[in-house]
Write a protein that binds this ligand. Structure first.
Ligand SMILES: Nc1ncnc2c1ncn2[C@@H]1O[C@H](COP(=O)(O)OS(=O)(=O)O)[C@@H](OP(=O)(O)O)[C@H]1O
Length: 282
């Protein structure tokens, strides 16, 4: 069984094992990304190539990508392959559920979600790395800081309104076709989250603890030994960046802002991601 990358056109000669490295490249194709840990999940899946047979769509957030073009180059999936696609912006693109549904009603969707406050900071950190001149996070986060009015039109904040985005998807897909992966769990227990992914896809659990180790320098789990080389490998330096220090009061306000949306999201998914708990812990 092989994983088929939907973002590259494939000829029979190319119809070979998709290796961890190329999977990571797929994740890296998109300029604006979602900062949930989706690439980490993607890369984890690339630890082995024999995963089974299923159709799968990876849903992420940020930036609008020309997905019509992508569908046009979608390769044919042959027996024994699974087709995977990771496009960061789909989760927050209004037209995406309808279009994807008209293409493949039985598609399986995987969404990696992370505390929306951390996600917003991660998103900002990524933009800052490319445009160091942008205003501070604290400035961008508010429409009016004195009044405590959060700027929900800022994409870094809007994307974290998961319940609203999910509502859009549930008009077209039943919850049973969507798997929500915890971005936090993905860091502390990558094998556990990968187990859920494999179960969801109806696959034998092939990716396990033995594929991961915790790299102290990187501060994240890394792959012990990808199939394409004998060397352990961590994700690149754009994954796991140090975040700038954000005013704790701003963080507190953002947490308050997100709370009702998070609660709604937990109710909709039937999963408690415990993002409020994190606040108590800190
Ligand atoms: N194993 C491993 N190694 C490195 N980073 C990891 C890993 N697992 C999850 N993460 C978290 O993934 C965050 C980036 O999310 P994405 O993979 O979705 O990035 S991207 O948006 O597609 O660029 C990235 O966010 P930042 O910490 O803000 O850089 C990481 O916290």
């Amino acid at each position: 069984m092989q994983i088929q990358d939907m973002t590259t056109s494939v000829s029979p000669e190319k119809d070979k094992k998709v290796q961890a490295a190329s999977l990571q490249n797929v994740g890296g194709m998109w300029q604006h990304q979602l900062r949930f840990g989706a690439v980490s999940l993607w890369d984890g899946g690339g630890a082995v190539s024999h995963l089974g047979e299923a159709k799968c769509c990876f849903v992420g957030t940020r930036s609008v990508v020309p997905f019509l073009c992508k569908w046009n180059v979608m390769p044919k999936t042959v027996d024994g392959q699974i087709t995977m696609e990771k496009t960061p912006s789909y989760f927050v693109t209004n037209e995406a559920p309808k279009r994807i549904h008209s293409m493949a009603k039985d598609i399986k969707l995987i969404v990696v979600v992370r505390n929306p406050v951390t996600r917003a900071i991660s998103d900002y950190t990524q933009t800052l790395s490319k445009k160091p001149e942008i205003p501070t996070f604290e400035v961008l986060a508010f429409k009016n800081r004195t009044l405590g009015l959060i700027d929900a039109s800022w994409s870094a904040i809007r994307i974290g309104l998961y319940a609203l985005h999910l509502e859009n998807w549930l008009q077209f897909f039943p919850l049973s076709q969507i798997l929500f992966v915890s971005g936090e769990r993905l860091i502390v227990d990558p094998a556990g989250e990968m187990a859920k992914v494999q179960d969801f896809l109806g696959l034998t659990r092939v990716v396990t603890e033995k594929h991961f180790y915790f790299n102290k320098t990187k501060g994240f789990p890394c792959l012990k030994k990808p199939e394409d080389s004998g060397a352990p490998r961590c994700l690149g330096k754009s994954k796991g960046r140090t975040h700038p220090r954000i005013d704790p009061d701003v963080i507190h306000r953002l947490r308050k802002f997100y709370k009702p949306f998070n609660v709604m999201f937990y109710q909709m998914t039937g999963q408690d991601f415990q993002w409020e708990q994190e606040e108590v812990d800190k």
